[in-house]
Write a protein that binds this ligand. Structure first.
Ligand code: MOS
Length: 692
């Protein structure tokens, strides 16, 4: 082997190794994978919100030249496990929400499949439906737990007395609307069923092994008979964190056309019913404080929806449990099951809507007490986790607040409504950010030496556009003491060692820890002059009882300009300072944090899925009507982080960065709008009509 000087790769801004392939269009996404003689599937979706299919006339569709198969509950293969009703596709004539899959056409071309799907004549026995979340809904219930596995309620019993005794109290209601994930690459899946049986999927997913595990149970197939391949993913944001009904649908079709790959790509409109979304939330936040602004009582209650066929309970108030000091504490979640599509993970589920409520209430408390909002947060920074009593693995929120205030020029803030420049009212606002640092156990990585100084590192991880392909290679290079370009990483295939989802902001920590372990073990076993072909595999152990509370933190500052005539809000500049442990790649990390803040600004000003309750249908179901920020809406975003590592989080010292950027942003924007205008907007998004 050639002797090369080892150099430290982690911490350097290496450019994405997949960047050139993506820019040149050479990176093959799921739908672009070349397969022999593909057939194309188009779903048939329910046009009623609740009821049963009583007639499914496919004669016109079947008569169309090029149609291979029309699927419905009448001829679909039976699934082995229908306990999860999201996946029980075409197993009954029941309709549980408008847009649910009730059939499909497979044809020689996508155009034929789509045309034929429109020719299917469906009749229904329609039942009354309810799609409207209300705080006083008679069917509200307390879920057994909230995502992923937190208790639904916490209550130490003292909140009402503490609120009654408090010097200052704020008590307000905040709402966030239904919002939809819109990754740039739509969900796509190609399924090939072969004798054996063997099943091969080219899927756009955050978790190849997760898709395999779920489908294996649903289909009653040995996991080893299923291969899932997903080398490139054009965004996921949680919506590709698990399979959805379309995956089952395309597999059912492939089962009836063995040997023929069946391709499906969802339209943007189909994504508004089939791949999850963020529940609307109705929140009530009460805070009590003493004369010095020290919080004495915290109460955060959330009301949310789930679907009638599957429970997903967003953990809206969980972030509040650990955020600030205060002895008396209560948090609750109440759910109602409606005739709606299945909600699921959407970037920072829980913290994104919940921190809008909590941080907005903190802004209101600061005003009520007469304290600067930064100072209020500093004054209520808890020494240990108020929820568990555990010490912090590291908590540098106060440093983020001070650093952010200095970078932003927070001292220029004036009284609400007092700064006007031409037709624009100008205000400055801020909020805190937080996200838990999860570490998912049971990841396996392998390292093998190919000779000539070149190593292969293999793990079934995903890169959903985050840069993890590059950052994981950096971790491997350092673990092996090799230069970056001597390490070849393979990800995105169930034929690679088992990996957990790239989600929960835990991909890098979870997959990277396995790679680090495998690299270190390889050197112990084979030394630094290994034989070609030497291989080592390592699996991360489940952690024991936590000894620390481990979260990322941040502080966000926003300048808002509100037009006095139109109510239009412009945000020319934002500052975010984050504390996320060690940063493995500053270039890709910066993109993640900016991306999160862009999402947060989009949530603050634009995003809202509007439901027509008469039809039970999301009417803003495309990117013309569902507004997300465009480049022209984004001003200067200054992102930085504290130079640190968290010694207790994991062997890498890194905490998550994928989701924290969206948390708190909307509250910071609302805080700035209030400072500009004197108006409190407690219902997202902050559209012009609310300011006129
Ligand atoms: Mo993220 S919503 O956990 O993919």
């Amino acid at each position: 082997m050639t002797v090369t000087e080892p150099r430290a790769s982690v911490g350097t801004p290496v450019a994405r190794i997949d960047g050139e392939a993506k820019v040149l269009g050479l990176a093959k996404y799921a739908y672009e994978q070349v397969v022999d003689n593909p057939a194309f599937l188009h779903p048939v979706q329910a046009t009623v919100a609740r009821g049963r299919v009583t007639g499914f006339d496919s004669s016109a569709a079947e008569a169309l030249e090029g149609v291979l198969l029309v699927l419905s509950h009448l001829n679909a293969p039976a699934l082995a496990d229908t306990s999860d009703q999201e996946y029980a596709v075409l197993q009954s004539p029941g309709v549980a929400f408008r847009g649910q899959i009730i059939g499909a056409v497979v044809a020689e071309s996508p155009e034929t499949a789509r045309h034929a799907a429109e020719l299917v004549r469906v009749t229904y026995d329609q039942h009354p439906h309810d799609t409207e979340l209300r705080e006083d809904h008679p069917d509200l219930y307390e879920p057994g737990q909230v995502n992923p596995s937190y208790p639904a309620d916490t209550d130490d019993g003292g909140v009402d007395q503490a609120l009654a005794a408090a010097e200052f109290v704020v008590d307000h209601r905040y709402t966030t609307p239904m919002e939809h994930n819109n990754p740039m690459e739509p969900h796509a899946c190609t399924a090939l069923w072969q004798d054996g049986p063997r099943l091969t999927l080219h899927d756009s997913t955050q978790s190849v092994h997760g898709v395999r595990t779920r489908l294996s149970g649903i289909l009653g197939l040995d996991p080893e008979a299923i291969r899932v391949v997903s080398p490139y993913v054009g965004g996921g944001f949680g919506s590709k964190g698990m399979p959805h009904a379309h995956n089952v649908l395309v597999v059912l079709a492939a089962q009836l056309l063995p040997g023929r790959p069946v391709k499906l790509v969802l339209t943007r409109q189909q994504m508004f019913t089939l791949v999850g979304y963020r529940t609307p939330t109705l929140q009530r936040v009460r805070l009590g404080a003493d004369a010095q602004g020290r919080i004495t009582a915290v109460s955060h209650e959330a009301v949310e929806q789930t679907s009638r066929i599957k429970e997903f309970a967003e953990q809206t108030t969980v972030g509040t449990r650990s955020m600030y000091a205060g002895d008396a504490r209560r948090t609750t979640h109440r759910l109602v099951a409606l005739d709606v599509a299945v909600p699921s993970w959407m970037r920072a589920p829980g913290e994104a809507p919940g921190m809008f409520g909590l941080e907005s209430a903190m802004d209101e408390l600061a005003e009520t007490v007469g304290l600067d909002p930064v100072e209020l947060r500093v004054r209520n920074d808890p020494a240990t986790d108020p929820e568990t009593g555990l010490p912090w693995s590291s908590r540098h929120l106060v440093e983020c607040l001070h650093e952010g205030a200095a970078r932003f020029g927070w001292d220029l803030r004036r009284a609400p409504g007092s700064r006007r420049e031409g037709d624009w009212l100008v205000g400055l606002g801020m909020a805190s950010s937080t996200y838990p640092a999860y570490l998912m156990p049971g990841n396996t990585a392998s390292v093998s030496y190919g000779g000539h100084g070149h190593y292969s590192v293999r793990i079934g991880a995903a890169d959903i556009g985050t840069g993890s392909w590059t950052a994981l290679t950096q971790i491997a290079a350092d673990a092996l003491g090799m230069p970056f370009d001597h390490v070849h990483l393979e990800i995105g295939d169930t034929q690679l060692p088992r990996a957990t989802v790239e989600g929960g902001s835990a991909g890098l920590a979870s997959h990277g820890s396995a790679i680090l372990l495998a690299g270190q073990r390889f050197r112990v076993e084979h030394g630094d002059a290994p034989e070609a072909g030497a291989t080592t595999e390592a699996t991360t152990e489940p952690p024991g009882e936590p000894a620390y509370a481990t979260h990322s933190y941040g502080a966000q500052f926003v300048e808002a300009r509100v037009n006095v005539d139109t109510g239009e809000v412009r945000v020319p500049r934002m500052v975010g300072v984050f504390s996320c442990g060690r940063i493995v790649n500053p270039r890709t990390a910066r993109s993640q944090l900016i991306g999160g803040m862009v999402w947060g600004l989009s949530m603050a000003l634009h995003e809202k899925s509007v439901v027509d309750h008469a039809l039970g249908h999301v009417v803003t179901h495309d990117l013309a009507d569902y507004h997300v920020l465009s480049h022209a809406d984004i001003g200067d975003i200054d992102v930085t982080w504290l130079d640190e590592e968290d010694p207790h989080a994991n062997p890498l010292g890194a905490k998550g960065i994928g989701e924290i950027g969206i948390t708190g942003t909307a509250a910071a924007v609302a805080s700035a709008v209030h400072n500009a205008t004197g108006r409190r907007i407690r219902d997202l998004p902050i559209t012009p009509d609310k300011l006129l």
